[in-house]
Every structure is written in structure tokens, then in C-alpha cells.
Ligand binder design. Structure first.
Ligand SMILES: Nc1nc2c(ncn2[C@@H]2O[C@H](COP(=O)(O)OP(=O)(O)OP(=O)(O)O)[C@@H](O)[C@H]2O)c(=O)[nH]1
Length: 371
């Protein structure tokens, strides 16, 4: 119910929803405690002015906290900071209520404990301990003052109450502090796991050298779609850097790596956000062009080819140049990607055998090449 209330008040922001739902629980607790204050006021010896002042203070405090929660993002207030303020305010109100509730004083002790447990959900151990000390000191001061000022407050009973609540607050403070530590450790572990998971996902789906999606990513993506959706054109090309072995043999493997990186970088610049260039293996790349007709894809590949022969890579005194060959197909309606890749591979072979630095395109069952 409180979660639903938080969601209604805070919209889609889950953090804000949680804060508002905690806030509404504390409102309920305050209402209960104020009920006890007014019960004593009407049926016992409670003072009406003091009860009214306490009620107004509580209402103002709560309205203020609600506003602080809603504006917390703008004011850069963290949930922990809000909890410290709310916790101190709750302790203050409980201690102020202590002399007013007469024989129901024991209820204040329980409320103090509940406040501490509540705060332990958002506070770190150190802050929970300092809130416990604040509660013990304030309540102790209130008990001493009342046993001196009001004969109804028996010093012996107050002393027993103080020892009892002091011990319980200290124990609860330590336990909730431990709980906070545990929570902080769990959160740290969860954050570390999320980072590790993101890294594993990255390693599993990206090529370490070029940072392009790797073959596994591409296969999963293409197999996930299984078949080309009916009525939507999509094209697929296999690209291969020409005479790449010569670069390795002449300038070394590191230079070859640099060429692969540069090829990926330059190629990615030419593509639309929906196109995917993946490293298929070695010096071979796969380009997937969704929602693209063969004529459009041919234009993109031709631009890619011309751009590749235009850029150069400085390597010592030398300027390395490469060219690329490609086999391009339009995926047939409801065709599975595996057969599309085989057709593109055959066309790539043809582009290589017809002289390289060209795009071989399949048209109406026959493969033609353009350079
Ligand atoms: N530097 C580097 N070389 C690689 C990598 N992966 C594969 N190679 C090399 O790429 C070369 C590919 O050579 P070939 O398959 O003979 O092809 P090619 O020399 O490009 O000739 P064509 O494809 O026929 O134009 C091989 O020497 C591989 O060792 C890599 O990650 N880095």
C-alpha cells in the first residue's frame, strides 16, 4: 500500500517512490504517537497547550520533510542525509513528548527504538551510532530535568527507564550498525558484480582490437532475428582487406593491427546508426544494413570502398594504404541469415578473383561486380 502511495506521489522515479513510501510510514507512526498524546490530554493530566504545540511541530516538520524529499534532487540531498535529519527530528519529537504522555511514557521508549531501526535502512553504521548517542543524551537530559521539575516523575523510576532504554538503544544501535555495514558490503559487492558483468559482456561481444561487435555478437543478433522480416529489405556484405598479409609481412604484425583498427574506425564513420559493422575474423568484416534496398546498399559499399582507398596510415617513414573487396547481397524475403552470408562469401571470392578493390553485387540470380 505504501509502495503504491510512493509510486503515485513520485511517478516513475523508483528512488523518490521509496523515499515517499518511507515518509508515509513515518506519518502513520507519528499519528499513532500523537493519538497517545491526545488520549492522555483528554483522559489524564496531559497539558493541552503542550500537546497542541507538539502536534503543530510534528505537522510542520513532516510537511517540511515531504518538500525536502521532493526537492532532494535539486538540493542535492542524498537519502542518507535526509534520514539523518528525519531521525534527529523523530528523536527530538519523542523526547519532547515524553513529559506530556504521563503514564504512557513507556511508548516513547519503543518509538525511539523503531526510529533507530528505521534509520538503519539508509544510514551507515557511524551515523546510526551517533543517532543512538543523540537519543540517549537527549532522553537522559529530559528525564533529569523532569525528575527535578515535576514531582510526578519519580527519579528512581526515571533512572530505571533510562538504564533500560539506554541499554536497548545502545544494543539496537550496534545491531543496526552491523546491519548497515552488511548492507554497504552487499551494495559494494553488487556494484563490483555489475562492473564485472558489464566487462564480461563487453569481452564476449566486442572485438578487443577494433572495438567493433565480434562474430559471436553478430551471429546472436542475426539468429535472434532468425529470418528476414516479411516485406522489409535488408542487405548484408562481407568485406575483406586486400593483400593484408603483405602488410604484416612487410611492416610487422603491430602495423597490421593498426591498419585493422583504422579500417574499423574509418568504416564506422561512414555508417548510419542502424548499420552494424562487425569483425568477422582476421581481416574480414561483416556489414549488416537493415531497412536498406540493394541499390542503397551498393551506394554505401561503394562509398566505403572509395573512402578506404583514400585514407593512409603513417608508419615510420611509410604511409600505408589498403583497399577492400566486398560481396554484397540483399537478403531474400524470409531467408535465414546463414544462407545470405554464404551468398555474400561467394561474391567476395568473385570480387577477389576479378582483381580486388571492388564490390561484387548479386542481381536477379547473377553476380555482377563494380569497381
Ligand atoms: N596483424 C594482424 N594480422 C592478422 C590478424 N588476423 C589475421 N591476420 C592476418 O591476416 C592475413 C590474411 O592473409 P590472407 O588470408 O592470405 O589474405 P590477404 O593477404 O589479405 O589476401 P587477400 O585476402 O587474398 O587479398 C594473415 O597473414 C593473418 O595472419 C590480426 O588480428 N592482426
Amino acid at each position: 500500500m505504501f509502495n503504491r502511495l510512493g509510486k503515485t506521489a513520485a511517478g516513475d522515479d523508483p528512488k523518490m517512490g521509496r523515499l515517499v513510501s518511507y515518509w508515509s510510514v513515518t506519518v502513520l507512526l507519528y499519528l499513532l504517537c500523537l493519538g497517545i498524546v491526545w488520549l492522555e490530554t483528554f483522559t489524564g493530566s496531559g497539558q493541552r497547550e503542550a500537546a497542541a504545540a507538539l502536534t503543530i511541530l510534528s505537522c510542520l516538520g513532516h510537511a517540511g520533510f515531504y518538500l525536502l524529499i521532493r526537492k532532494s534532487r535539486r538540493l542535492r540531498l542524498t537519502p542518507a542525509q535526509l534520514s539523518v535529519y528525519q531521525g534527529r527530528f523523530a528523536v527530538l519529537i519523542t523526547c519532547l513528548g515524553y513529559p506530556i504522555v504521563g503514564p504512557f511514557r513507556g511508548a516513547c521508549l519503543v518509538v525511539l527504538l523503531v526510529t533507530l531501526v528505521f534509520c538503519a535502512f539508509t544510514l551507515e553504521a557511524r551515523k546510526t551510532h551517533s543517532l543512538s548517542i543523540f537519543a540517549i543524551v537527549l532522553l537522559g537530559a529530559m528525564m533529569i530535568a523532569m525528575s527535578r521539575l515535576d514531582p510526578a516523575f519519580d527519579a528512581r523510576i526515571e533512572f530505571v527507564h533510562f538504564v533500560l532504554i539506554g541499554t536497548m538503544v545502545a544494543v539496537v544501535g550496534i545491531l543496526t550498525g552491523r546491519m548497515s555495514d552488511l548492507r554497504a558490503r552487499l551494495k559494494k559487492q553488487k556494484d563490483e558484480l555489475l562492473v564485472a558483468l558489464a566487462r564480461i559482456q563487453d569481452l564476449a561481444t566486442r572485438d578487443a582490437l577494433t572495438r567493433l561487435p565480434n562474430r559471436r555478437f553478430m551471429v546472436d543478433l542475426l539468429q535472434g532475428g532468425e529470418r528476414v522480416p516479411h516485406g522489409r529489405p535488408a542487405c548484408l556484405a562481407l568485406l575483406d582487406i586486400d593483400w593484408f598479409k603483405r602488410i604484416n609481412d612487410t611492416y610487422g604484425h603491430a602495423a597490421g593491427d593498426e591498419v585493422l583498427q583504422r579500417f574499423a574506425e574509418e568504416g564506422s564513420k561512414l555508417l548510419r546508426p542502424t548499420d552494424i559493422l562487425a569483425r568477422w575474423g582476421g581481416e574480414e568484416f561483416l556489414l549488416f544494413l537493415p531497412q536498406t534496398t540493394l541499390a542503397q546498399a551498393q551506394g554505401i559499399l561503394e562509398r566505403f570502398r572509395r573512402h578506404t582507398e583514400a585514407w593512409t596510415l603513417a608508419h615510420g617513414e611509410a604511409r600505408l594504404r589498403v583497399t577492400v573487396s566486398a560481396g554484397l547481397v540483399e537478403l531474400h524475403d524470409r531467408e535465414d541469415y546463414g544462407s545470405g552470408i554464404s551468398r555474400a562469401d561467394a561474391l567476395l571470392y568473385r570480387a577477389k578473383s576479378e582483381g580486388r578493390n571492388r564490390v561484387a553485387v548479386e542481381e536477379e540470380g547473377a553476380a555482377v561486380t563494380a569497381a
